[in-house]
Design a protein around this ligand. Sequence first.
Ligand code: UTP
Length: 409
Amino acid sequence: MTYEQAKALLEQKGQTQLLKYYDELDEAGKNNLLTAIENITWDFEDALANPADLSGKDRDIRPINGLRQAKIQEKKAEFEAIGVEAIKAGKVAAVLLAGGMGTRLGVDGPKGAYDIGVTKPLYIFEQQMKNLLDVVKQCGVFVPLYIMTSDKNHEQTTSFWKEHGYFGYPETEVKFFKQDMAPAVDYDGKIILERKDTPALSPNGNGGWFASLQRAGLCEDLHKRGVEWLNIYAVDNVLQRIADPVFVGATIDSGVNCGAKVICKTNPYEKVGVLCMDGTQPDIIEYYELTDEMANLKDENGDLAYCYGAIMNYLFRLTKLEEIVDKKIPVHIVEKKIECLCEDGVTRKPEKENGKKFEALAVDLIKLMGSVLPFEVVREREFAPIKNKTGVDSVESARELLKQNGVEL
Ligand code: UTP
C-alpha cells in the first residue's frame, strides 16, 4: 500500500491520526506502518456502530439437562471404553487456546511459560502436557495437538515449546497457528497508536479459534488424520484434563454436537455464567442476568436448576464446526488498559482503562452448535485457573490445588 492509498483509506474511515508521525519515520518505519494499515480488519466499525445486544432480554431461558457426577460414576466404564476407542482411532484432537495476553497475571510473553514451581521449575504448559500424557499412556496413541497463538506471543511460544522438547510430545504431533488481531480504539472510536509506526492491535478473543485454524490450512490435516472431535481448552487451568476418555465417551454416546466440562455452582449467587437453554438452543446466561427466582430454582432432585458453570473445556464435533464457521457470533466490546504512545513520545501502559478492545468468545459458539452436554467435573480435581498473581484464581490458589492433587511443586 502506498502512502497516498493509506491516506485515502484513512480519510474515508476517519482514522487519519494513524499517519500523524509518518513524516518522522525512517523507511523501515514507514513500510511497517503502511503494511499495518493495509492489514487492519475493519469489522470493529460494525461492532461499534451496532453493538450486539448481550443483555439477555427477550430470551426464553430454561434449565438445561446435564450429566452429574453420580450418573457419570455409574456409567464411567461404559463412557471410558467409548472414549478410549475414539482416541485410539485418532478421532480426537486437542486445541490449546493460548493467544491471550494474560494481562491480569501481568507477565510478558506467553502465560503458559509462567513458572508455577516452588522447589523446581514447573511451567503451566508443562503441567498441562503431563495431564495429556496420562491419556496418551492410557490409550497408547498421541492425541494431535494444535496450539493457537497470536502475533503478540507466537515467536516466544513456539521457541519455548522447542526449547523444552515439546514437553515429551513428538514435534510432528504439535502444530501452531495464529489467531487474528483487532485494533484497539479510544473512547471516540479512533484506533490507538502504540508506537509511531504501529497501531495498537490485540488478539480478537478466543471465539475465532476455529476460523483461524481453518485459515491456517489445518482442517486438511485434521481430515487426513481422521479427526472428528476437537477438545479446546484454556491455558489457565493447570488441573485441566485434556482428551479425557470418560468425557469424550459421554459426549459421543449422547449424540450431541458439543460436550462442555462444567463445575456445579456451590451457591445460587456464585459469579459464574451457566449453561442453559434459550428456547430449543443451548446458550449461556451470565450470573447477573439470573433473576432471584432463577438463581434459587431447584430441579426434581433438589439441586440448583441453573448450576452448570462452564470452564472452557469443550469437545466440538468437527463437521458441525465447519457448517457454522461463517456464522456471526457477537463481538464483545471490553474496556481495557491499552498500551499507547504518550504525548512525550514514550509508549506506556496507562494506570486506568483508556479504550476498548473487541473480542469474540468461544462460549458463544455453543448456541450455534445446536446441542450441548454439560458434563460435571469435580471442581477440586479439575479446576485450578490462574488468572491473577495472588488471591482468587491465582498462582497461589492453583499451587494449593495442585498440591492437594498430589503434584510435587
Ligand atoms: P482470558 O479470558 O483469561 O484472557 O482467556 P487472557 O488474555 O488470557 O487474560 P487477561 O484477560 O488478559 O488477564 C481464556 C483463554 O482464552 C485464550 C487465553 O490464552 C486463555 O487460554 N485466549 C484469550 C485466546 O486464545 N485468545 C484471545 O484473544 C483471548
